[in-house]
Design a protein. Structure first.
Length: 222
């Protein structure tokens, strides 16, 4: 029996929700509100999928534990018939130990899933609170504590301002962003960016700071 690492990813790049540099109107405001509703639906789908995958693991473990319990019953009967056969007793002890490990793994899976879903939901809430209208997140990926954010910015200066706000959000303030990419793509309505973080003990490269973002982005609006 083995446990797999939890990974949660969400793609928010819906064409009609791309940022466009224009003054807000009632129509645009309604479109933005509709966009956030679409995001909430996508979040629900992602969490539902993660829950489904987790449930498959739990179901398989439960099936294995049930089979092993049936083996224990058979071994107990054989042990009674053979009056304490040491080989049967050894197999019985091994099977009981395997059942105990399976039950512990089930408990760990359930605990990890609860913690992972809670932390990802908090991350989405923190990002929604600080993400400006000049910036659009395309992908949000969280795996084994690491976070990767990809998206587009209509203004280069929005990137350092956005990153500076990370310090005020619980799920972002303790992360060091050591991978940074900024590029111009054909037919894109802004600069494409990628930033990736790791915990302080795992980061090998120097952290990317808001000043780094400003320097790499050219120091001003595009």
């Amino acid at each position: 029996m083995s446990s797999t690492a939890l990974k949660t990813a969400i793609n928010l790049y819906v064409a009609e929700l791309r940022p466009v540099q224009k003054r807000f109107t009632l129509k645009l405001t309604l479109l933005v509100l509709g966009g956030w509703l679409a995001v909430l639906v996508l979040v629900a789908i992602v969490l539902s999928y993660a829950q489904s995958s987790h449930q498959q693991q739990v179901t398989e473990l439960n099936r294995q534990v049930t089979q092993q319990r049936a083996v224990v019953t058979e071994l107990n009967q054989a042990l009674q018939q053979r009056r304490g056969d040491p080989k049967i007793q050894q197999q019985l002890d091994l099977t009981r130990a395997e059942i105990e490990r399976g039950q512990q793994l089930l408990g760990n899976l359930n605990q990890q899933q609860r913690q992972h879903q809670t932390s990802f939901a908090m991350l989405l809430s923190d990002l929604a609170e600080i993400t400006p209208g000049q910036l659009w997140l395309q992908d949000i990926v969280m795996e084994q504590g690491d976070l990767t954010l990809r998206g587009y910015a209509t203004k280069a200066a929005a990137l350092p301002a956005w990153m500076a706000d990370f310090s005020g959000q619980p799920t972002l303030r303790n992360r060091q962003f050591a991978v940074f990419e900024l590029r111009t793509e054909d037919n894109a309505q802004g600069l494409a960016f990628t930033i990736s973080s790791a915990t302080a003990t795992e980061t090998d490269g120097a952290p990317v700071t808001p000043n780094d973002l400003l320097r790499l982005s050219g120091g001003g609006d595009q």
